[in-house]
Design a protein around this ligand. Structure first.
Ligand SMILES: [Zn+2]
Ligand SMILES: [Zn+2]
Length: 279
C-alpha cells in the first residue's frame, strides 16, 4: 500500500495499492492534467531523486519552507513562530528527516492551517510527524484526498488560533473556503497577512490580484473581488506573503490590497482609463 502523490498538483492521496484513477484537483477547471498525462510519485521516490527542503527566514518569527528542485505548483509553506507555539501556514508535498529535525529544534508544529486545496499537498504526513491538528475551511471538504482524524473543518468567517496569536479569515474567491492568515505581531507589530494565492502577489510587488484559475487565467467576477476587498478591509498589516518565496508585498500591504481590488473591478467594468491611471 502506498500514499500516491499527484506530480502536477502535489496532492497526497489516501493509501492504495494501485495509483488512483485520476486526480480530482487537476481535473477541476482551476488546474490541469500534466502535459504528459496523469503521473504519480511517492515520498520515497522523491527522496531517491534527491529532492530536499529549502528553509529561509523571511523576517523574525517567520520561516519559509520550500522544496528543491521545484515540485508541482512550487509553493513554499510558512512557519509562524508565536509564544503559544508554531503554526505551519500552507504546506508542501516533500518532507524528510532533516526538515523534521530542524523544525523540532524550533519547537515543532502545534497547528497547521492551509489556504486552499492546491496546497493541501502532504498535510496529513506533516501533521503525523508533529502531532498537529490541521485547520481547513469546511466549504472545501470535498477536496481532501487523504482524510484523517487530525483534520478539523471550521466554518464561518473567522477562527482564532493559539490564544489569538493568529486569525484565519475566510475570503473565498479562488475556492469557496479560500482562507488567509492574519498575524498581528508580524512585521515588528505592524501586522502581516499570509495569503497563498487567495490574494496573489503579482510580478509588480506593489499590486496583488484575485483569480478563479491562475494556470487557466479565469478571472473572478467583480462582485466577488469587491466582497473580498471589503472582508479584509478591517485588518491592518504592512507585509503580505503570497504562496512563493519571491511573492511578497513589503510595505503598506493593506492599502495595496484595497487599491488592487479597485483596479481589477475597473478593468472588468471596461474602464481602462481608470486602470491606466491607477496608483
Ligand atoms: Zn493533481
Ligand atoms: Zn490555487
Amino acid at each position: 500500500m502506498t500514499y500516491w502523490i499527484c506530480v502536477t498538483c502535489g496532492t497526497q492521496f489516501a493509501e492504495s495499492t494501485q495509483p488512483p484513477d485520476g486526480c480530482p484537483i487537476c481535473l477541476d477547471q482551476r488546474q490541469y492534467v500534466g502535459h504528459n498525462g496523469q503521473q504519480w510519485t511517492t515520498l520515497a521516490a522523491m527522496a531517491e531523486q534527491n529532492f530536499h527542503s529549502e528553509v529561509q527566514e523571511h523576517e523574525p518569527g517567520l520561516l519559509g519552507i520550500g522544496t528543491q528542485p521545484t515540485f508541482a505548483i512550487g509553493q513554499r509553506a510558512l512557519l509562524v513562530r508565536t509564544p503559544q507555539g508554531n503554526i505551519l501556514w500552507d504546506c508542501v508535498s516533500y518532507i524528510d528527516q532533516p526538515t523534521i529535525k530542524e523544525i523540532e529544534r524550533l519547537g515543532g508544529i502545534t497547528a497547521i492551517a492551509i489556504s486552499h486545496p492546491h496546497f493541501y499537498s502532504s498535510m496529513v504526513q506533516w501533521a503525523g510527524h508533529f502531532d498537529a491538528r490541521i485547520y481547513l475551511h469546511a466549504a472545501d471538504q470535498q477536496w481532501v484526498m487523504r482524510p484523517d482524524p487530525r483534520i478539523v473543518f471550521w466554518s464561518g468567517e473567522t477562527l482564532s488560533l493559539l490564544d489569538e496569536q493568529v486569525t484565519l479569515i475566510r475570503l473565498g474567491g479562488h475556492f469557496a473556503g479560500g482562507t488567509v492568515l492574519y498575524w498581528p505581531s508580524g512585521a515588528q507589530g505592524q501586522g502581516a497577512l499570509l495569503t497563498g494565492d487567495i490574494i496573489q502577489v503579482v510580478a509588480d510587488h506593489n499590486w496583488v490580484s484575485f483569480m478563479y484559475s491562475y494556470p487557466n487565467l479565469i478571472p473572478l467576477p467583480a462582485s466577488e473581488v469587491a466582497r473580498i476587498r471589503d472582508a479584509i478591509a478591517p485588518y491592518h498589516y504592512t507585509h503580505l506573503y503570497g504562496g512563493w518565496f519571491d511573492r511578497l508585498v513589503s510595505a503598506h500591504a493593506d492599502e495595496v490590497v484595497q487599491r488592487s481590488a479597485d483596479r481589477y473591478i475597473s478593468a472588468l467594468a471596461g474602464d481602462l482609463k481608470k486602470v491606466i491611471s491607477a496608483r
